[in-house]
Design a protein around this ligand. Structure first.
Ligand SMILES: [Zn+2]
Ligand SMILES: [Zn+2]
Ligand SMILES: [Zn+2]
Ligand SMILES: [Zn+2]
Length: 93
């Protein structure tokens, strides 16, 4: 069984992703999460638990619905939102 993500050097798949079920090598597997690198990119970077629904308009990282707010057509993650609120309150002083 070969890793399903490797393109150039096909390594042996030693692990299985708990989300998509791909067989992957150690380079493409996150042992602490039990998921493959592809699923890692689709998960919210804040909770690492729910699938991302959008990327933050400010930092560009994937976020889920619960960890982001809608701003017009864009979405902003909670961390960038906190940062904005902090800057706003500093401006008022
Ligand atoms: Zn691989
Ligand atoms: Zn996966
Ligand atoms: Zn999240
Ligand atoms: Zn952000």
């Amino acid at each position: 069984m070969r890793c399903e993500i490797c393109i150039i050097d096909e390594k042996e798949a030693k692990y299985r992703c708990r989300i998509c079920g791909r067989s992957v090598c150690e380079d493409h597997y996150l042992k602490n999460m039990g998921i493959c690198k592809i699923c890692d990119m689709t998960l919210c970077y804040i909770c690492r638990n729910r699938f991302a629904v959008a990327v933050c308009a400010i930092c560009g990282r994937p976020v889920c619905e619960k960890d982001s707010v809608r701003r017009g057509l864009a979405r902003i993650c909670n961390q960038c939102l906190q940062q904005q609120l902090k800057e706003l309150s500093e401006d008022q002083q």
